[in-house]
Write a protein that binds this ligand. Structure first.
Ligand code: OOG
Ligand code: MG
Length: 262
């Protein structure tokens, strides 16, 4: 099945309104069981156009479901990508208004900032790392617009992979000499460790997530320009948060970042 333009626009408006009105909706595949992955990315593209039309800048890209913990948690099996907007960005140590979100969860991630552009179709982890100017610890706040975070692959792709907020550390470090696979990742909530992991949880090597993103974009006629910020995907399961929570992420060799929910 291929959706016509009007249907793609309708679904994008539907999900855009759900996000802006903080209103959970049923997953779109309940009404459209044949919705495919390519059509779902067309809905995501239309959502992106709706946001940029109201002045949101695209500030980066994210990979999702790159870890087995996340795939298991969400019951899906393939990595996906979405975009980050200026309306999603939070300053290091800053506040997120919990009341603006539906049912937020936090994830510990490694962010890559590219010095050179990356192009598929055969981009390798080594090429992704060579193109990386620096790495940063990151927290992604996800907030599915679907009831109970219940989705399947096409639904979550259309919903921009649950993107809601993100924060990056303030101390950029070049990747030289870091073994990302064995790098430890710790997620704390209110001073208590709630999840631990290692870079290898992300596809065996977080650089593979960046390479895979370049290859997935290439398949749709797009590329990662120089300067791109890429969240490589959660290294642990996601943790629910609410107003009053303080969250921090610590990544060996990269330092920490944090945010609080008010
Ligand atoms: C989809 C987004 C997953 C990640 O890092 O794996 C994601 C979701 O679980 O809602 O951002
Ligand atoms: Mg994520």
């Amino acid at each position: 099945m291929s959706l016509d333009r009007a249907e793609v626009e309708r679904l994008a408006h539907h999900l855009h309104a759900a996000e802006r009105e903080r209103r959970e909706v049923v997953r779109i595949t309940d009404a459209l069981p044949d919705l495919g992955v390519e059509d779902a990315y067309r809905v995501q593209d239309a959502l992106r156009a709706l946001k940029t039309a109201r002045g949101v800048r695209v500030t980066g890209m994210k990979m999702g479901l790159t870890s087995f913990a996340k795939m298991r948690q969400m019951g899906v099996e393939t990595p996906i990508y979405g975009f980050l907007g200026s309306d999603n960005a939070v300053d290091d140590g800053g506040a997120v208004e919990a009341g603006a979100l539906i049912h937020p969860k936090v994830e510990a991630e490694i962010a890559f900032v590219l010095g050179d552009g990356l192009d598929g179709p055969d981009c390798t982890p080594a090429q992704a790392l060579a193109a990386t100017r620096y790495l940063l610890p990151a927290i992604e706040v996800i907030d599915s617009r679907y009831e109970n975070f219940r989705f399947d692959l096409p639904s979550v792709i259309a919903d921009n992979t649950s993107a809601a907020r993100y924060v990056l550390g303030s101390r950029p470090l070049p990747p030289d000499g870091l073994d990302l696979a064995t790098t430890g990742v710790v997620l704390e909530r209110n001073g208590q460790v709630v999840e631990v992991g290692a870079g290898a949880a992300v596809l065996g090597d977080p650089a593979l997530a960046v390479a895979m993103l370049a290859n997935m974009l290439h398949a749709r006629g797009q590329r990662l320009p120089a300067g791109s910020v890429v969240l490589s995907g959660a290294a642990t399961a996601a943790v629910a948060v609410s107003a009053g929570d303080h969250v921090s992420v610590r990544i060996d060799g990269l330092g920490t970042t944090g945010l609080r929910f008010v």
